[in-house]
Design a protein around this ligand. Structure first.
Ligand code: HSE
Length: 306
C-alpha cells in the first residue's frame, strides 16, 4: 500500500469530570487526510485546504508528530501529507489532535503497522505539545482509539478504552472565536483544595462507573467540574446561559469541550439531543458571534480509513 485516505475525527476532551485524562470521539465532524509514500526519502506537507496553517514540517503538528514516528522507525522513509482541514484551530474539539493523530496513524498503516495504538498516541502528543505547550493525550487518544478513553497514566502511557452506552448523543456548540489551549491553561491555578480534589475524584469515578453500568443517572450526576470550568468559563461568551438551557432541556450534563470555546452536552437519545441542540442554538442566536452546532453519536472507531 502506497497511499491512504482517512478521516480523523474531532474529539471532546476533559468531559467535565476528567481534566487531561478523559475524552471521546465525535462522528460527524473531522479532517480528511491523504498520505502517500514519495521516493525522495523526505517528509513533506504538500497541501492544506480549509484553514491557513504552516506547511513547514517543524511548524505543523502533523509534521512534528510524523517526524517523531519516523525517527523511532529509522531508515529513509519519505511521505507526502495532504490535509483537508475542517476543524478550526482553537475550537476546543481537538483540531491539532486530529492532524497529529491522522498523520501518525496513516504513516503507521503504510509502514505495515510497526507501532501499537498506544505508541501512536505518544508520537501524536508531540504535535499537541507544539500546539498548546503541553503533551496532553486526552484528544489524540480518543481520536486514535475511538469511543471514550481514559489516560490512566501519562508516564508511562497507559490508555483504557471505556464502553459507550448506546443511547448517548453529543451536542457541540462551537462559537467561532479562538481560544488558544496555551492561554486557557495559563489561567488555571496550579494548586487545588484537597476537598475539591476529593469531590472531583468521585465525579470521575462515578462517570466511568456510569459508562460501564449503563447508568444514565450516575453519568448525569457525575458530569461536573469544580476545578477547571469555573476558571475557564469566563473565556466563553454566554457559557452559563448555554449550560442552563442545555440542562433545562434534558441534557445529562454540559460543559466546556477541551479548552474551549466549544461547549458540549451529553444526552440520552437523539430526540432529547435535538431539543438540547435547539435550546443551545437559541441562546447563541442572541449573540453577535457566528457559531456551528454539531449533533453526533459517540464514534466507536476513531480514525476511519476510506
Ligand atoms: N485537556 C486539555 C485542556 C485539552 O483542557 O487543556 C485541550 O483540548
Amino acid at each position: 500500500m502506497n497511499e491512504i485516505h482517512l478521516f480523523a475525527p474531532a474529539t471532546v476532551a476533559n468531559v467535565s469530570c476528567g481534566f487531561d485524562v478523559l475524552g471521546f470521539a465525535l462522528d460527524s465532524v473531522g479532517d480528511w487526510m491523504t498520505i502517500r509514500r514519495n521516493n525522495v526519502g523526505e517528509l513533506r506537507i504538500t497541501k492544506i485546504t480549509g484553514q491557513s496553517l504552516p506547511m513547514e514540517i517543524l511548524k505543523n503538528v502533523s509534521g512534528v508528530s510524523a517526524l517523531a514516528l519516523l525517527k523511532a522507525y529509522g531508515g529513509e522513509q519519505g511521505f507526502d501529507i495532504e490535509i483537508e482541514k475542517n476543524i478550526k484551530p482553537g475550537s476546543g474539539i481537538g483540531s491539532s489532535a486530529a492532524s497529529s493523530a491522522g498523520a501518525v496513524f496513516g504513516i503507521n498503516e503504510l509502514l505495515g503497522k510497526p507501532f501499537s495504538k498506544e505508541e501512536l498516541v505518544g508520537f501524536a502528543m508531540k504535535g499537541e505539545a507544539l500546539a498548546g505547550g503541553t503533551e496532553h493525550a486526552d484528544n489524540v487518544t480518543p481520536c486514535i482509539f475511538g469511543g471514550f478513553t481514559l489516560i490512566q497514566s501519562c508516564q508511562p502511557l497507559r490508555v483504557v478504552s471505556l464502553p459507550s452506552p448506546e443511547e448517548l448523543y453529543a451536542v457541540v456548540l462551537h462559537p467561532q472565536i479562538e481560544v488558544k489551549t496555551s492561554d486557557a491553561r495559563a489561567i488555571l491555578k496550579t494548586h487545588v483544595l484537597l476537598k475539591k480534589a476529593v469531590r472531583q475524584s468521585g465525579y470521575l469515578g462515578g462517570f466511568v462507573s456510569g459508562l460501564f453500568m449503563n447508568d444514565y443517572n450516575l453519568i448525569a450526576d457525575s458530569l461536573k467540574d469544580e476545578i477547571v470550568e469555573p476558571a475557564r468559563s469566563m473565556l466563553i461568551p454566554l457559557f452559563d446561559e448555554v449550560k442552563l438551557a442545555a440542562l433545562e432541556n434534558g441534557a445529562l450534563g454540559c460543559g466546556i469541550s477541551g479548552s474551549g470555546p466549544s461547549i458540549f452536552a451529553l444526552n440520552r437519545g437523539e430526540k432529547i439531543a435535538g431539543q438540547v441542540a435547539e435550546a443551545m442554538r437559541k441562546v447563541y442566536q442572541k449573540s453577535q458571534i457566528p457559531f456551528d452546532v454539531h449533533l453526533s453519536k459517540v464514534n466507536p472507531q476513531g480514525i476511519k480509513v476510506d
